[in-house]
Design a protein around this ligand. Structure first.
Ligand code: CDP
Length: 241
């Protein structure tokens, strides 16, 4: 979030640099079962973002100290590949990937029925292969599909979208330039069936009206993304969720 108000990213007709209108999502494609050795997996292309999520488990919780008597624990790891950005990322965990792993885990804990698997662990790994803004949302969305593919019972799937503000205009699903030079970024994770919110972060400033608009964009976009998630699962299994 650079906050450079002088970088023009939206024209007088409301068209963004990539041709989208303010409320439009980038193109999204999801494929289920792309890592056959995993218990569940999904790949997602979202604009130029490309990520793969895998799920292993439930399995016995190791090391023992993380084990919980009454429920399973989620072991979530988000990582950006060194080649996923123009500046080579240093391989391995850093503060940002730890933070994103933590908020992803917290969001998924809201839906995964952990109490069904005492003393177990479910491992969720998200690998970002190409990053173009919104990767925490892309990864969280892919992880939900991978968990469904693994047959892990969930009360809903988490769908995540980041809207924000560029040149004083609230827009849906920020791309890289908009994320870098825009004035605000509001990633959210919602449950499409209930409308419940399970994840929210905010960077920059939004007025109450702008916040409401970004919120509405995220909630509406989540319904559209959810349809793509369900269609991808139906493609694999020939049915619904
Ligand atoms: O990806 P997300 O928007 O969830 O997180 P961010 O920290 O706001 O990063 C925005 C974007 O900046 C990423 O999607 C990447 O395209 C880029 N980025 C990067 O190139 N190198 C980093 N070390 C971190 C982010």
């Amino acid at each position: 979030m650079g906050g450079y108000g002088d970088v023009q990213m939206i024209d007088e007709d409301g068209k963004r640099v990539d041709g989208r209108g303010p409320g439009d999502l980038r193109p999204i494609e999801i494929e289920v079962g792309v890592v056959p050795v995993a218990d569940g997996s999904a790949s997602i292309r979202w604009g130029a973002n490309y990520a793969i999520a895998t799920v292993y488990g439930p399995m016995e919780a190791h090391p023992r100290k993380i084990s919980r008597q009454e429920r399973a624990v989620l072991d979530v790891r988000y990582n950006m590949a060194p080649f996923s950005t123009t500046d080579r990322m240093r391989p391995g965990f850093n503060r940002r990937s730890r933070e994103i792993s933590k908020v992803t885990s917290d969001a998924l804990e809201s839906v995964v029925q952990l109490e069904l698997y005492p003393r177990s662990k479910i491992r969720v790994e998200i690998e970002v292969l190409c990053a173009e803004a919104g990767t925490r949302c892309v990864g969280l969305t892919a992880a939900s599909v991978a968990l469904a593919d693994a047959g892990i019972p969930m009360t809903d799937m988490v769908v995540s979208v980041a809207s924000g503000k560029i040149n004083g205009v609230v827009v849906c699903d920020l791309n890289k330039e908009e994320d870098n030079y825009g004035e605000a970024d509001l990633p959210m994770g919602v449950l499409p069936n209930t409308g419940d919110l399970v994840f929210l972060q905010m960077d920059g400033d939004l007025s109450p009206e702008e916040f409401q608009q970004a919120w509405d964009y995220n909630v509406n976009a989540a319904q559209a993304v959810h349809e793509i998630m369900v269609a991808a699962l139906a493609d694999r299994y020939g049915g619904g969720e």
